[in-house]
Design a protein around this ligand. Sequence first.
Ligand code: DQA
Length: 149
Amino acid sequence: MSRIVFVLNGPNLNLLGKRQPDIYGHETLADVERECRALAKKLKLEIRFHQSNREYEIIDWIHAAREEAGGIVINPAAFTHTSVAILDALHACDFPVIEVHISNVHRREPFRHHSYVSMRADGVIAGFGTQGYGFALERLARLIDEKKV
Ligand code: DQA
């Protein structure tokens, strides 16, 4: 099982730290990437970290992951609530998928309560701030380790 993990981030997450800090906190996406890389080293995972505001780019990265990765951590941001195309791309993958939301989407507007991606995700993490990415990587490492035996 590959130890390459794609960490994919959807629209507006490039503005993390500046955008609605009362909801998403003050850490930037570069901070999140740095923390993911440090943790990945400990977990012996290799990270491919990406962000895009374009749905097709996220789909293309999911297709790339399908070829070489052992799992995906994805914060699809607003595409969570709209994208059947991202759900379909994830359905084409046979490795673990962990969905992450920085905020607790269930405490927010009703339109954030439904996630297309959750229909495929093996686990969903929401409301732990950017720390959720670390939890997701730890879970993926465990699932990849278990597949090895
Ligand atoms: C988000 C929650 C989404 O509803 C929102 O559209 C985002 C970020 C989160 O990380 O909490 O952009 O995925």
